[in-house]
Design a protein around this ligand. Structure first.
Ligand SMILES: NC(=O)c1ccc[n+]([C@@H]2O[C@H](COP(=O)([O-])OP(=O)(O)OC[C@H]3O[C@@H](n4cnc5c(N)ncnc54)[C@H](O)[C@@H]3O)[C@@H](O)[C@H]2O)c1
Length: 273
């Protein structure tokens, strides 16, 4: 179904940190398959261009842009291009997120500041720049990509990441209430344990899970999910598409958990890390 026909969507973090399908990359392609023109934004221009090339290779519409989501100038430039190229905006997907391992004691102040800036300030900056365009289009949808670590302790120390994603949830709820009269919906997708390139690429994560054994980490993560498998980037993308499109027109301020039932019983006995 072409749920986003004639719509314009921006995906922040539309590349993938390594080869394969990250959540933002899959979401950009899913949006385009649903009919949207997609602005693929990434701090890594090559990664954004790769995603845009996949879209145009399938006959879809996409452009690539480089921007650091923590820079207000970069973010403003993105939406200036959206305005000049398309004259409207319907969907904003705030997908960029990073994590560093550590509890309060081990986390450096620099890491804390960086994670909060990339994961929360980014969404504030993007929404601030996007809202006039969304309003101008008569309304629209913002989807913020959170994490189940915002809801439960994951068993591994991820304090800055968890705190940033919890803040993102509240930014989502308060903004949903504030902009409902403008017909701008603001929701969060809350992924659980997904099998994406970012997990294996993040420093220290494979060690924390399985002493450096990537395959054992995947098995261990799969065992933590009641459905017996991790999700993937397409599971996230499909949830984002639902919240971006007309089928969720009466849904705002929710956290849509996409985790195979994990937060119902996580951490679960001996499989908990
Ligand atoms: N993979 C999982 O298991 C999982 C679970 C829960 C939540 N999430 C969330 O999903 C989202 C992203 O997933 P992904 O697989 O697309 O990640 P990813 O690491 O592949 O990142 C996507 C892109 O973001 C870009 N990026 C990083 N910092 C940036 C910055 N400062 N400015 C602009 N772009 C930047 C990277 O270059 C990359 O191409 C994150 O918010 C993450 O917290 C993932």
């Amino acid at each position: 179904m072409r749920l986003l026909e004639d719509k314009v969507a921006v995906v922040m973090g539309a590349g993938s940190i390594a080869a394969g399908w990250g959540n933002g990359k899959a979401t950009a392609v899913t949006f385009a398959r649903a009919g949207a023109a997609v602005v693929c934004v990434d701090v890594n221009l090559e990664a954004a261009e790769e995603t845009a090339a996949i879209v145009t290779g399938e006959g879809g519409r996409a452009i690539a842009m480089r921007a650091d989501v923590t820079s207000s100038d970069d973010v403003a430039a993105v939406f200036a291009v959206v305005a000049s190229e398309y004259g409207r905006l319907d969907v904003l997907d705030n997908n960029v997120g990073i994590g560093t391992l550590g509890g309060v004691v081990e986390t450096s102040r620099a890491d804390w500041d960086r994670v909060l800036a990339v994961n929360v300030k980014s969404a504030y900056l993007a929404m601030q720049a996007a809202l006039p365009l969304l309003r101008g289009a008569g309304g629209g949808s913002v989807v913020n990509i959170s994490s189940v670590t915002s809801l439960r302790h994951s068993g591994i120390p991820y304090i800055s990441y968890a705190a940033s994603k919890a803040a993102l949830n509240e930014l989502t709820r308060v903004s949903a209430a504030r902009y409902a009269r403008d017909r701008i919906r603001v929701n969060a997708v809350v992924p659980g344990l997904m099998k994406t390139p970012m997990i294996a690429a993040q420093a220290g994560v494979v060690d924390a899970y399985a002493s450096g054994d990537v395959d054992e980490m995947w098995r261990r993560r799969a065992r933590q999910v009641p459905m017996g498998r991790m999700g993937d980037a397409w599971d996230v993308a499909n949830a984002v598409l639902f919240l971006a499109g007309p089928e969720s027109c009466h849904v705002s301020g929710v956290e849509l958990v996409v985790d195979g039932g994990m937060t119902l019983c996580w951490p679960s006995g001996e499989d908990a890390v």
